[in-house]
Design a protein around this ligand. Structure first.
Ligand code: DGJ
Length: 702
């Protein structure tokens, strides 16, 4: 049983294979946190709250802290009752255990508001999901102004480091580490999407490395405004709260209505960051990704955006499709520009009919052409948006987010449809459903290129619920589309990697990681991404970013093989030899992709700490390892022979390295290590490209 209530100690203990989380009933009647960390082998040793001394001047470590009483931590709940009272007093009522789900029920002491805190324990993944549900049992609305999903506590310590992902457009998911000191640290999004700036993920470690040390971590399943607050006070535990961002948020909970917070996925690893990532990766594939495609291999796609931008037409797309098919591509994707009066980003968004000048015969001839070449067909859309210069906007100017008497500020020349409106929701759903029903489309890239500015919804009394309803409607639309068109692969894109999170992952089969496809820059973006998202959902293209000849072709491909590979280069500019090399490398990727996409990732060398970026992928049945090694410029590289120790092999088994035809024991490969020769001739005239090298090794158990 993963969940136990110990009546004598009045504590709940939630155990996974390796970890435990516990809280209990304090003598004051409050529910307080007790323990989060490695599973304790003797159950009787789990601590209770007898020694917890409550201070009359402040209150700390409530399992569900509220704005009310003496609470000094970030609240999970702040409401305004109809009579203006802004203080919540939560009383514990009872609990319920059903299999791996624990529900703890609370009610307000006076007002008829109830709160249920859910804990879903995933024993074999060593992970736990938490969320909170509110119900209004009164006859009057209750205004929710702050609603978080969970609050966590860690023992006081001066050695903690916070790891999180930061970035901007073209530099998303950069690994950031900083010591946790007194005060508050806020990570958040206020832009109506997950955001490029921060990702809803945290990890706190005690001097941990990839393989050793304690790491506590969590990620939020939400694609709108979110907030993570880390709060440290002298001598006190560290509090981490996660959930909806209270900035500009107000939700009027009507009588008999309920509201459920986004889910937080959390866990603890005593074996460093590698194990943390591996647990999240496995859970994502087996429990979060849409079931229809979770276990299928991602096909190699070609996307013509970098080649033809808005100038798409039947002829030039067919010419690219010829080349794509020749090198082994499996899905051909037409990006922006195929619809409405779309010749630049200034017009056409919202008018989702095929542009008759560019495709006089519609999309069918191109789709059929791709099919005869053995490729699926895919299409780009951005249905949440509208250009002021479009038919849709002239018909429905009231559909965009806006305030009266204020400008409607454009971003990339576009305005945002208010998806929280039911008519807009129906329009978006019908538009995409129609596209997919009328055309043999097997892949959708769903883009979202601007943040929210003027967040007004003039017709609605409770305007600020938009932040919540928009995202809920987005999820409903994706869910409906995925259910009806389950053989279509959906990619979530937001001007690069602006909408990457596990909320979206319930519907999106993969994510556009970043518009930056420079193979050197990419290593940093991909390293951060891989920390908490599976390589399978990380789309990596080979393009001409950074200059086609600045990097060796193999280096560019090897960088893209670290996740699910695509091609975005202008193949029209590729020579016969280039195409032949591309074909061979794509073929090589197809041989290793099961191991890369479904296996266990070991980050052997980090590009942010060394001149190398080396990943080992161990196949699900542990019989094959793929080693992708990228070497970046560094001084004295002509002497560079690197010894790299593999992981996860069997000590006594023998392994064959396909590329060098050598055989070694697992013990040798893991303890002595494999020598990789990156030496190069000292040539002062050598082009920069010579300093970027790569190797790919396939290591098979004999
Ligand atoms: C932004 C995306 O990130 C790009 O890949 C591309 O699809 C453009 N939008 C098209 O407008």
């Amino acid at each position: 049983m993963p969940i136990t209530y110990d009546e004598s100690k009045k504590i709940w203990v939630l155990e996974t294979n390796d970890t435990a989380y516990s809280f209990g009933i304090h003598q004051s009647g409050k529910i307080k946190h007790c323990y989060w960390g490695k599973k304790i082998s003797r159950f009787d040793d789990y601590p209770d709250l007898k020694s917890y001394r409550e201070n009359p001047w402040w209150d700390w470590n409530d399992e569900i802290p509220v704005r009310g009483g003496a609470n000094q931590t970030e609240p999970c709940l702040q409401v305004v009752y109809a009579d203006g009272v802004r203080d919540v007093t939560l009383n514990y009522q009872d609990y319920h255990i059903q299999d791996n789900l624990l529900s703890i029920h609370f009610t307000d002491e006076y007002y008829r508001l109830s709160l249920t805190s859910f804990y879903k324990v995933h024993e074999s993944y060593d992970l736990m999901e938490r969320s909170i549900q509110l119900e209004n049992h009164s006859d009057l609305p209750i205004t929710i102004v702050n609603f978080k999903s969970a609050s966590f506590y860690l023992p006081a310590s001066d050695v903690y480091t916070l790891t999180h992902l930061t970035g901007m457009w073209a530099h998303e998911t950069r690994l950031t580490k900083e010591p946790i000191t007194e005060g508050k640290k806020i990570l958040e999004s206020r832009v109506g999407r997950t955001s490029h700036f921060h990702n809803p993920f945290f990890a706190v470690d005690e001097k941990a490395t990839e393989d050793h040390g304690n790491v506590w971590f969590g990620q939020l399943a939400w694609s709108g405004n979110w907030k993570i607050a880390l709060n440290k006070k002298p001598y006190e535990q560290i509090q981490i709260s996660l959930g909806l961002n209270e900035w500009d948020f107000e939700y009027s909970l009507q009588p008999s209505a309920s509201l459920t917070s986004p889910v937080v996925l959390s866990g603890f690893s005593s074996n460093g960051f590698g194990e943390m990532s591996s647990r999240l990766h496995r859970f994502q594939i087996e429990q979060i990704l849409p079931k229809s495609n979770a276990h299928q291999l991602r096909k190699v796609l070609y996307n013509s955006w970098e080649a033809t931008a808005f100038n798409v037409n039947e002829e030039n797309q067919k010419a690219l499709a010829d080349k794509a098919a020749e090198i082994g591509v499996e899905i051909f994707v037409v990006d922006d520009g195929w619809f409405g009066e779309r010749s630049s980003d200034r017009s056409g968004l919202g008018d989702w009919h095929v542009n008759a000048q560019k495709f006089p015969r519609g999309l069918k001839p191109l789709i059929d052409y791709c099919k005869t070449k053995g490729m699926d067909f895919g299409l780009w859309i951005e249905p949440e948006m509208v250009n002021p210069d479009s038919q849709l906007y002239s018909q429905h100017p009231e559909w965009v987010l806006h305030f009266p008497n204020r400008p409607r500020t454009t971003g990339r020349n576009q305005l945002m449809l208010n998806l929280a409106r039911e008519d807009v929701k129906a329009f978006v759903l019908d538009t995409v459903d129609h596209l997919l029903s009328e055309n043999d489309i097997r892949f959708i890239k769903w883009d979202m290129n601007r943040p929210v500015f003027e967040a007004g919804w003039p017709e609605e009394a409770n305007q600020q619920k938009m932040w919540f309803d928009y995202i809920e409607n987005l999820y409903t639309i994706w869910d409906t589309l995925k259910t009806k068109h389950h053989d279509v692969i959906f990619e979530s894109c937001a001007g690069g990697g602006g909408r990457v999170d596990i909320g979206m992952m319930r519907y999106a089969d993969q994510f556009w990681t970043s518009d930056n496809t420079d193979p050197y820059d990419r290593q940093f973006i991909q390293e951060g991404f891989s920390l908490c998202y599976n390589p399978k959902v990380m789309m990596c293209w080979v393009t001409d970013w950074g200059g086609k000849n600045s990097y060796p072709m193999t280096y560019r491909f090897h960088a893209a093989m670290m996740g699910s590979m695509g091609i975005g280069a202008d193949l029209a500019g590729y020579s016969k030899e280039d195409l032949q090399t591309a074909k061979e490398l794509i073929n090589q990727y197809k041989q290793i992709r099961n191991t890369v996409q479904n296996g266990r990732l070991y980050r052997l060398m980090s590009p942010s700490q060394t001149s190398f970026s080396i990943n080992q992928y161990l196949s699900p049945d542990s019989t094959e390892s793929v080693l992708i090694c990228l070497k970046n410029p560094m001084p004295l590289s002509m002497f560079q022979v690197l010894r790299i120790k593999l992981k996860g092999l069997e000590e006594k088994s023998l392994y064959h390295i396909s590329q060098t035809d050598q055989i070694f024991s697992g013990s040798f490969l893991m303890n002595h290590g494999l020598d990789l020769d990156f030496r190069q001739e000292l040539d002062v005239k050598a082009k920069d490209a010579n300093h970027f090298k790569s190797q790919l090794l396939i290591i098979k158990k004999k």
